[in-house]
Design a protein around this ligand. Sequence first.
Ligand code: GCO
Length: 469
Amino acid sequence: MNDERSGTPFPADFLFGAATAAYQIEGSPLADGKGPSVWDDFVRRKGAVRGGETGDTACDHYRRMDDDVALIKELGLDAYRFSISWPRVQPSGRGAANGAGLDFYSRLVDSLLAAGIRPFATLFHWDTPLALQREIGGFLSRDAAERFGDYAELVVRSLGDRVKDWITVNEPFEHAVFGHFFGSHAPGLKRPWAYPKVMHHILLAHAAGMERIRAFAPGAAAGPVLSQTPVTPLVPGRDEEAAFLADQFINRITLDPILKGRYPAELRRALRAFWPRMEAEDLPRISAPCDFIGLNYYSRERASRNPLVPLLGFWVTGKDGGRPEGEAGGARTTAMGWEVWPRGLEELLLRMRDEYGNPRVIVTENGAAFTDEVERGPGAPRVRDRRRVEFLRDYVLAMKRAMDSGANVGGYFVWSLLDNFEWAEGYRPRFGLVRVEYGTQERLIKDSGRWYAALAGTKRVPDAEEALQ
Ligand code: GCO
């Protein structure tokens, strides 16, 4: 029986799915002609990844793909968002496709369709071919955008007869900032003032990808995936201006060019000394119509005025803020230290309704890492991840409140289907609906996976107890 809080059911065509990314789950970094990516190189640098871990094996998904599709089917999900490894398809980032690489994704798509699962294919989830990085500097170069377009064309020509939902790029902000500003992600560059240039080149890649999808998969739905992290003043009354500019730096720097055809004015003025050369057709191309906007949401940031930060004059505490898992200062936090803040999802969806023309939004990532314990008793092993169930329930209810207020949301994907390689954090954080025992590669559906299966199956938010018998 649904209590009042579970509200009305979701629309019958609302998509409940789960998401992953190639480098985080596939393993087999050089199998069957695949070229190395910037991540295959970055993880081998001393200190790059906690514990020196790499994605060399990850969830061994390249070899266990059919079993993982069977898991998605067992969960009864409507859709599955995965990413395609650019260097698995185009080993050097230039030239003809690697047939064995394309064949893997073709088999994945066929397996998903046979299971009645709708494939959502992400063309770029940060794994630039290493050869392209070394040849032209990757996204430091404007040329990377058209090279990405050529790669996208190879994939869409091959899979476009069956894949009807395409994502061009995943999280331009994270790749630009962590990969090129802080250097904490691949390609590991610490060039803060390259940020606007790299961002512009990734958005040009989005534009090139959309053009090739329109040309070679007419009728398919396509759009970008943008991270969105609401920013609030650390000290109300003092840090409003800092929060305003931080919001432009983190969120509006992608939303505005894609949906309004312009960059945020105050940020562009602050960074004018480093703003990239733009061609007249750049922003019209970047703002060409999309069929949906993918939004990844986890938590909020807090910004504070900081005159020591050149040009920008603000700093953010960071989603983790160094908080321990559990409770900190009255806030619930995840194993990443991120504040549990479901209201932020409702707020950002209403902002899309009110400030960006209420485009069709798909929540393409939402989820949480918590410390999971496996109960191994006389019965079957079990992961009673109640905190993840409560997290998902609260964020899904927040999304539903926004929808009931007119926000145009067409789907929700949990990050992630599987525990996987969490970039610089390695394998310690577990985000999966399904636990992966990395030594044996055994998969175990967690209680949260069972809860989510009940939601996907009924289109109504189940009570935690109901699904966890
Ligand atoms: C991201 C990436 C994912 C992460 C997930 C948890 O949003 O950073 O798309 O690859 O693993 O978000 O941090």
